[in-house]
Design a protein around this ligand. Structure first.
Ligand code: SF4
Length: 75
């Protein structure tokens, strides 16, 4: 799958994961970049698609799909 269009500017990697490089690599392979990545399952991307970049909380983790659903349900 193509890289997530958010990857170059995704604050998740530039802020939240800056001091956890090995965890960041695992998350990136799962959601953001590479043959097995699927950004459709990323909570950040789910919110981004509907609300845009400004609607994504900085502390939202890619695995928090349930939180993304609640954010989108409450809009
Ligand atoms: S898949 Fe999620 S965490 Fe990865 S770059 Fe896209 S929005 Fe950011």
């Amino acid at each position: 799958m193509a890289d997530c269009e958010c990857l170059p500017k995704c604050p998740f990697f530039h802020d939240q994961m800056s001091n956890m490089p090995s965890t960041a690599e695992l998350v990136k392979k799962q959601y953001c970049s590479g043959p097995n990545a699927d950004n459709m399952k990323c909570a950040r991307h789910m919110v981004f698609v509907v609300l845009g970049r400004d609607g994504v909380p900085s502390d939202l983790y890619p695995s928090e799909a349930g939180r993304a659903d609640r954010i989108l349900a409450g809009r």
